[in-house]
Design a protein around this ligand. Structure first.
Ligand code: CO8
Length: 258
């Protein structure tokens, strides 16, 4: 695969998608979103990959959808294209964990892209925001929905109606990011986290992601039943036997993803 707007790298079970439009602070144009989607779908099928990281540059994860590309589009055009539907559908189809490693600006579509990932590790320099209201529009790739579910109505309204930015510390307090690390060590930390996940049993990782996501989609009663059935089903895997026996025998498990 060759890409124009992203870089793709694989190391020891971890794939890195690096957004690479430095001249536009990684603004998400159609080409970039399509390449991110194509890379994600291909990595999800790649047996050498157990976890995927999406990152940007030190200055910007992504400064939003590409305003220059959108500025002159009409209502009829964005409606017919169903702008940003395709990338949301890709994220919904990815089984493996996707981690956002955010340094610098994650604004508008950039914040939404990070939230579409399974969790966000932030550099101390990270700044999150949904500034679309200042452009005469609203979030279009999940901001009003995902941000509200993650940080609650009051803070989400504050962010979406004022368009202000949140720094990494506030984002961690609000539950938007799972951890903050020193900016210069972001990739090292995220690599270690992703590698740890990639060494686990893939069937349990896939089902853990699915069960956790189910919490946002269903009632508690249904969610608890779903979780229990998934837990029960993992007793059909060789990796459950290996994982539990390795604990009892005081050794590291050797998972075979089966
Ligand atoms: N789109 C296009 N180009 C951009 C964008 C963007 N979102 N952000 C920055 N750039 C370009 C600038 O135009 C500039 O290019 P040039 O040198 O040719 O003028 C270059 O990147 C560098 O930017 P700045 O000179 O502005 O850099 P500063 O360090 O002064 O400022 C900021 C950095 C604060 C991040 C500033 O660039 C900014 O405010 N950017 C726009 C942020 C924004 O409003 N984002 C929301 C966009 S709308 C949106 O995301 C809708 C979401 C719908 C779903 C999206 C799904 C993908």
């Amino acid at each position: 695969m060759t890409f124009e707007t992203i870089l793709l790298d694989k190391q020891e079970g971890v794939a890195f998608i690096t957004l690479n439009r430095p001249e536009a602070l990684n603004a998400l144009n159609a080409a970039l979103l399509s390449e991110v989607g194509e890379a994600l779908l291909s990595l999800d099928k790649d047996d050498d990959v157990g976890a995927i990281v999406i990152t940007g540059s030190e200055k910007a994860f992504a400064a939003g959808a590409d305003i220059k590309e959108m500025a002159e589009q009409s209502f009829a055009e964005v409606l017919k294209e169903d702008k940003f539907a395709a990338i949301n559908a890709v994220f919904a189809a990815i089984h493996k964990p996707v981690i956002a490693a955010v340094s610098g600006y994650a604004l508008g579509g950039g914040c939404e892209l990070a939230m579409a990932c399974d969790f966000i590790i932030a550099a101390e320099s990270a700044k999150f925001g949904q500034p679309e209201i200042k452009l005469g529009v609203i979030p279009g790739m999940g901001g009003s929905q995902r941000l509200t579910r993650i940080i609650g109505k009051s803070k989400a309204m504050d962010m979406i109606l004022t368009g202000r930015m949140m720094d990494a510390a506030e984002a961690e307090r609000a539950g938007l990011v799972s951890r903050i690390v020193p900016t210069e060590d972001l990739i090292e930390h995220v690599t270690e986290i992703a590698r740890g996940i990639a060494h686990l049993s893939l069937p349990s990782v896939i089902l853990a992601k699915e069960a956790t996501n189910r919490a946002l989609e269903t009632t508690l009663t249904e969610g608890l039943i779903f979780e229990r059935r998934v837990f029960h089903s993992l007793f059909a895997t060789n990796d459950q036997k290996e994982g539990m026996n390795a604990f009892i025998e005081k050794r590291q498990p050797q998972f075979k993803n089966s």
